[in-house]
Design a protein around this ligand. Structure first.
Ligand SMILES: [Zn+2]
Length: 194
């Protein structure tokens, strides 16, 4: 079978990758006008990636991954709305915590010695606005930690079984330890107290 000659008339295409637990929705614009480099930018809660249309398969996927990962470390605080935080918490609860429901999930500027908190009585989860600059997976791990308290109030083995359903709790604790040092903060517990 004759192979069609590759000509520069390749059309541009747009594809959408749905959000995953560790990254938001990614819109991929493959442009025939691009030859080598790719770029990416935030558009609301979505990342838009522009890549050369000629890339295929693994080469295409790894360029997209690299662009997305780089951008996620430079995320501006577009994640600063309570509605987005609450929606994320609901998604994570479905994924990891058998759909447990908080009464409310909000950003808080008054968390001085903790990253986040959960009141098992009122079922309110609060997350320090200091975490808005952190990568999304860190915020996710913190949310899962707090939501797990709706199953188990203390830090028992049963609690950790719930919390560790999110695969990056250990990394998150290390990350936050370094983040606290960088900010000159004294945090009373790895993630939260009470
Ligand atoms: Zn805790």
């Amino acid at each position: 079978m004759a192979r069609l000659r590759a000509t520069p008339t390749v059309t541009s295409t747009v594809t959408i990758e749905p959000p995953r637990f560790d990254r938001p929705e990614v819109e991929i614009r493959a442009s025939a006008r691009r030859t080598k480099t790719g770029t990416a930018h935030w558009s609301g809660h979505r990342i838009v990636v522009q890549i050369p249309a000629r890339l295929r398969g693994r080469e295409r996927a790894s360029l997209v991954d690299a662009l997305v990962e780089r951008l996620m470390t430079q995320r501006p605080s577009v994640n600063s709305g309570d509605a987005g935080l609450e929606a994320r918490a609901a998604t994570l609860a479905e994924l990891y915590l058998d759909g447990v429901q908080a009464a409310s999930v909000r950003w808080s500027t008054s968390q001085r010695r903790r990253w986040a908190s959960c009141s098992p009585d009122t079922r309110e989860v609060r997350v320090s606005t200091r975490l808005q600059q952190c990568p999304e997976w860190v915020i996710d791990a913190v949310l899962v930690h707090e939501l797990a308290h709706l199953h188990e109030a203390d830090h028992s083995a049963a609690f950790h079984e719930w919390a560790n359903r999110h695969p990056r709790q250990g990394e998150c604790a290390l990350y936050l330890e370094g983040y606290a040092l960088g900010l000159g903060l004294r945090i009373e517990s790895d993630v939260e107290v009470g």
